[in-house]
Design a protein around this ligand. Structure first.
Ligand code: HEC
Length: 211
C-alpha cells in the first residue's frame, strides 16, 4: 500500500533533514519578500524585450474578425441562411410534395409553429410592401379582416399566393418560392386572419365559410 510506504519514508528522514528543508523554505520566502524596485524594473525590461509574438496577436485579430464577419453575414445582412433558416427551407422543400392541397392540410400547418414562423418570415420578405407589415393592407387588401375578394377558405388563400391575380397587381409566387413555401405562407396568413387590424378598408365579401 502506498500510504504505508510514504510513512516509512518520512520516518526514515532525520530531524536535521527536516530543519534544513524548513530553513530553505524560509530563505525562499525572504528572497521573495525582498524583491526591490530594481528587480521590478528588470522584469519590466525583460517583458519589453519579449513582447507577445505578433502571430498570436494576428490569430486573435483574425478570430475576432471572422466572428464579426460571420455574424454580419448570417444575422445582420442575412446573405446566407442561418441553420434555422436552412432547416425551415428544408421543411418547405419537404412540403413540396405535389399532393393535392386541401383545407385540412393547410389547417394542420397553421397549427405547426415552425411552418407559421417560416411563412411569417417569407411574408416579411416578399409581401409587406403591398400588404403592410402586419397584413393590414396597403396596395393589396387587408388580410386580417373577414372580407375576401375571391373566397377566404384556406385553399382560396393558398391559390391566391400560388397563382396570383393576373392583371390585378397580385404576383404569382408558385414558381419563385415553390409550393411548400406557399403552403407555409398560407399557414401564416391563417394565424392573422380575423384579427381585424385597422388598415385598408374591406374589399370583397364577408367570408362565411361557403364557397
Ligand atoms: C405588388 C403588390 C403585391 C405583392 C408584392 C403581394 N400582393 Fe397579394 N395582393 C395584391 C393585390 C393588389 C391583391 C388584390 C388582387 C385582386 O384584386 O384580386 C392581392 C391579393 C392577395 C390575396 C387575396 C386576398 C383576397 O381578398 O382575395 C392574398 C391571400 C395575397 N394577396 C397574399 C399575398 C402574399 C402572401 C404575398 C407575398 C408572398 C403577396 N400577396 C404579395 C398585391 C400584392
Amino acid at each position: 500500500m502506498s500510504s504505508a510506504n510514504d510513512s516509512d519514508r518520512l520516518s526514515e528522514g532525520s530531524a536535521d533533514d527536516d530543519v534544513a528543508i524548513f530553513d530553505d523554505a524560509v530563505d525562499t520566502v525572504d528572497a521573495v519578500d525582498t524583491i526591490d524596485i530594481d528587480d521590478v524594473d528588470a522584469i519590466e525590461r525583460t517583458a519589453a524585450r519579449n513582447p507577445v509574438p505578433s502571430p498570436w496577436l494576428w490569430a486573435v485579430a483574425i478570430t475576432l474578425a471572422l466572428a464579426a464577419g460571420t455574424w454580419l453575414w448570417n444575422q445582420a445582412f442575412r446573405v446566407s441562411p442561418t441553420p434555422l433558416g436552412r432547416y425551415l427551407a428544408d421543411r418547405a422543400a419537404a412540403l413540396d410534395t405535389g399532393e393535392p392541397v386541401t383545407d385540412d392540410v393547410l389547417a394542420g400547418l397553421a397549427g405547426d409553429k415552425l411552418s407559421v414562423q417560416a411563412g411569417g418570415e417569407a411574408f416579411a420578405r416578399h409581401c409587406v410592401k403591398c400588404h403592410g407589415a402586419r397584413g393590414e393592407g396597403h396596395i393589396g387588401p387587408n388580410l386580417t379582416d373577414p372580407f375576401w375578394i375571391e373566397g377566404g377558405a384556406p385553399v382560396d388563400i393558398y391559390n391566391a399566393i400560388l397563382l396570383g391575380r393576373n392583371g390585378k397587381g397580385m404576383p404569382a409566387w408558385g414558381l419563385q418560392l415553390g409550393t411548400g413555401a406557399c403552403k407555409q405562407i398560407a399557414s401564416y396568413l391563417m394565424t392573422i386572419r380575423d384579427t381585424n387590424l385597422p388598415g385598408k378598408p374591406a374589399q370583397g365579401a364577408r367570408w362565411g365559410g361557403q364557397r
